[in-house]
Design a protein around this ligand. Structure first.
Ligand SMILES: [Zn+2]
Length: 437
């Protein structure tokens, strides 16, 4: 039975989807004004594992993740690079998709662009105004947070706490400092027609409306980075509470930050490492191992040393599996089914709020056994156990080898059997060169 920590209730709960056998999930995607960095990659990897696991245990999963392609930051960046906004967002959407695939994550089933839902957003905002949940000012339309009795439910703050430290000067006719923008009136950059003047939607409205349009009802899981909890997710919930009378999702999941020297990796701080640069030096699957090697709710303090460490860990796993694969190929042994106790242990840890660090202890145990095992039949079962687990985590290496490698390996074994150690050493170094030893 799968249990998940729900940020909305702050409890670990038994996961029960709204519709039997089906899971709907939405993860807030990128604002495409720059190349994807390692911090952005963490939810891309983790929620891919969530989807893979849900499918593994028999659910049909509909996974949606949006692309925010209209935003102030996009307008600024486009000006800076002397590009049209569409050119800029196409460029970085492509980088996001390419890097998602490089990191061995599947693309979401649907990646809606915010600009494709403008009429729906306008109509949704109209509904909110009609019901008095929003009001119009010269600068745009604002959500009236006092209309949502649950406001603060996700970030666990009440209105007084929320208003502490907020500047009390209310600009442009805003009624409450916490009221947030649903529609910003502006003719700068990409702007759309609306009854309130030319402008563009607020980011919180984009996600709320895309959820409403695509799923048409409450969904099972809504995810994102922990930094999105407030105000973004709080405000998505607030709009949905008053518009649709539910909390948008039953389960809210938040992935911890990825810090560098204990400081959040962010474009504005300028301490970012890009995925496209990382993969020049490291195997993307080793980075994926690093990400899943920490519990998803814990922060990761990234450093180059840490990456080197996980790279070595990944090499160990890969080497043991490669050798097992070669041994099985030489003896023409088919993969066996996994060993039940390892697979059961794997599921038990995954069901415990995706405790992947514990799953990795199972993987390392299998690798240890593989390195000792001589019986090819047992090797085949161990290999399959590791493959089953690592495929769900998206870190299973892919092996291909030529006939030449097989010949070398056979010759090496023969030389050893004949106690021709000089020849065996030569063959061994050839195999090592090819990465097989
Ligand atoms: Zn969102």
């Amino acid at each position: 039975m799968l249990k998940i920590y729900n940020s909305l209730s702050s409890k670990i709960e038994i996961f029960k989807p709204i519709h039997e056998h089906q899971v709907t999930m939405y993860v807030c995607g990128p604002t495409v004004y720059g190349d994807i960095h390692l911090g952005n990659a963490r939810p891309v990897i983790f929620f891919d594992v969530v989807k893979r696991y849900l499918k593994y245990i028999g659910y049909e999963v509909q996974f949606v993740s949006n692309i925010t392609d209209v935003d102030d930051k996009i307008i600024e960046k486009a000006k800076e690079l002397k590009l049209r906004e569409k050119q800029l967002t196409d460029l970085y959407t492509k980088n996001f998709i390419d890097m998602t695939l490089v990191l061995n994550s599947y693309l979401p089933d649907f990646m809606p662009k915010a600009t494709a839902f403008i009429p729906q957003m306008v109509s949704y905002i109209k509904d909110l105004i009609k019901e008095d949940f929003a009001y119009v000012t010269p600068s745009g339309v604002y959500f009236r947070v006092t209309k949502d009795p649950d406001y603060g439910i996700l970030s666990k703050q009440n209105m007084d706490e929320l208003n502490q430290g907020v500047r009390v000067t209310l600009e442009d006719g805003k009624e409450n400092p916490r009221d947030f923008s649903l529609w910003k009136v502006t003719d700068e950059g990409l702007a759309f027609d609306s009854p309130w003047g030319k402008g563009r939607p607020g980011w919180h409205t984009e996600c709320a409306v895309m959820n409403h349009e695509i799923f048409g009802e409450e969904i099972d899981i809504h995810g994102g980075g922990t930094d999105l909890k407030f105000p973004h997710h709080e405000n998505e919930i607030a709009q949905t509470v008053v518009h649709d009378h539910h909390h948008l999702a039953r389960t809210w999941m938040h992935v911890g930050r990825l810090d560098v020297n204990n400081i959040k990796m962010s474009k504005s701080i300028g301490n970012i490492s890009l995925v496209k640069d990382l993969i020049l030096d490291f195997n993307p699957l080793a980075f994926r191992l690093l990400i899943v090697g920490y519990h998803y709710r814990q922060p990761i303090n990234y450093s180059d040393d840490l990456m080197v460490q996980f790279s070595k860990e990944y090499d160990k796993i890969e080497r043991a599996l490669k050798k097992a694969f070669l041994t099985m190929s030489l003896e023409d042994i088919e993969e066996h089914i996994g060993i039940k106790e390892y697979i059961d242990q794997f599921k038990e840890y995954m069901n415990d709020d995706f405790n992947i660090p514990n799953v990795m202890t199972v993987v390392y145990e299998i690798i240890k056994m593989l390195n000792k095992e001589k019986d090819t039949e047992v090797i085949a079962s161990l290999y399959h156990s590791a493959k089953e687990i690592l495929t769900v985590l998206g870190i299973m290496p892919v092996f291909k080898f030529s006939e030449n490698t097989l010949d070398l390996y056979r010759e090496w074994e023969q030389a050893r059997n004949n106690k021709d150690f000089i020849r065996a050493d030569q063959l061994r170094s050839k195999l090592t060169e090819q990465g097989w030893m």
